[in-house]
Design a protein around this ligand. Structure first.
Ligand code: SF4
Length: 311
């Protein structure tokens, strides 16, 4: 069965990153939508709307369909990512029955060494982390994908209306730190958020990476960074109609500076450029042109971490 899945989910399915081939599994939201989306938070996000209400049975069918659709890629994927248009660790949005079945399947994939789960900070508790860790093999590292977006409260909370406090972010790092490096965090950063462009946007993304590195050091948590360009979604287009999509040249400059900082600090952290979207970008024709020109280079950077591929 191919329940409600659309082509955008599939496009996001396979990519290449620092850990090798990555496959993203797009699962349905058992709350219907992300609760933060429903209450009007996160002005930049159309993803949280979800695909309608899924039951655990529907999600198990979705998983079977994904296993079949990606059967060739899943066997040699080294990194699996699980999304549900919200928080995978919120039991309202994904039951333990669904999560347990997905993780059980992932633990059967020999090549898979890294498993990333998208979640808001308050659901990353000892209980949920214990559950995830014991559901995976010992040689598989769990990671939490956390959309910090910007270290600047004025932007994250003020402009994006993402009410994720620094206290909440630090509690999450503290909880994850209890696992002595066994669990990591993938920090999502949005490049060129509302009302920042050019040099200001470049400096902001660098500051956000530094913030993530400081937390990594303070709590002993391995951290990687997902670099996402800002684009106008239906929602953000209404909120910030004059703010432009991320500038490609500035993005490359920002990535070069981020890499320089990682090298100066002799950091093991990696950057993944996530330029694809779930077709919420309102300028799909521009996105397609950008990807036609750059995707191969982005893939090469993602795998090698070498900025010469961005020149
Ligand atoms: S950014 Fe995350 S928390 Fe906010 S509405 Fe979107 S999916 Fe929900």
């Amino acid at each position: 069965m191919r329940p409600k899945i659309n082509n955008a989910d599939i496009q996001l399915g396979v990519a290449y990153g620092p850990d090798g081939k990555r496959v993203a599994l797009a699962i349905g939201n058992e709350n219907g939508s992300c609760p933060f989306y429903l209450r009007g938070d996160c002005h930049h996000c159309d993803i949280g709307e979800g695909e309608g209400l899924f039951t655990p049975d529907m999600n198990l069918e979705r998983l079977e369909w994904l296993k079949d659709y990606f059967k060739d890629d899943l066997q040699d994927a080294e990194h699996l990512l699980v999304y549900n248009s919200g928080s995978v660790l919120d039991q309202r949005e994904m039951s333990r029955r669904t999560l347990g079945t997905i993780l059980g399947y992932i633990s059967s994939l020999d090549k898979c060494k890294v498993v990333s789960l998208d979640s808001r900070e308050m659901y990353v508790t000892k209980d949920s982390l214990d559950y995830v860790v014991k559901s995976l093999r010992e040689d598989q590292q769990a990671r939490i994908i956390l959309g910090i977006e910007s270290q600047n409260d004025e932007i994250r909370i003020g402009k994006l209306n993402k009410r994720m406090t620094k206290g909440g972010i630090e509690r999450l790092f503290s909880n994850v730190g209890e696992y002595n490096g066994e669990v990591g965090i993938d920090v999502n950063i949005v490049f060129q958020p509302p009302e920042l462009t050019g040099e200001e946007a470049i400096q902001e993304v660098v500051e956000t990476m530094k913030y993530g590195l400081e937390l990594s050091e303070q709590y002993g948590v391995p951290v990687d960074f997902n670099f996402h360009p800002y684009y106008q979604s239906e929602r953000s287009g209404k909120m910030f109609p004059d703010h432009p999509r991320a500038n490609l040249r500035d993005a490359k400059e920002a990535l070069g500076r981020m890499k320089m900082i990682l090298e100066e600090k002799a950091s093991n952290s990696k950057i993944f450029i996530g330029w694809q979207d779930e077709e919420h970008d309102q300028e799909q024709d521009v996105k397609v042109r950008e990807l036609e020109r750059e995707l191969e280079r982005f893939n090469q950077f993602n795998v090698s971490q070498n900025v010469r591929f961005l020149e």
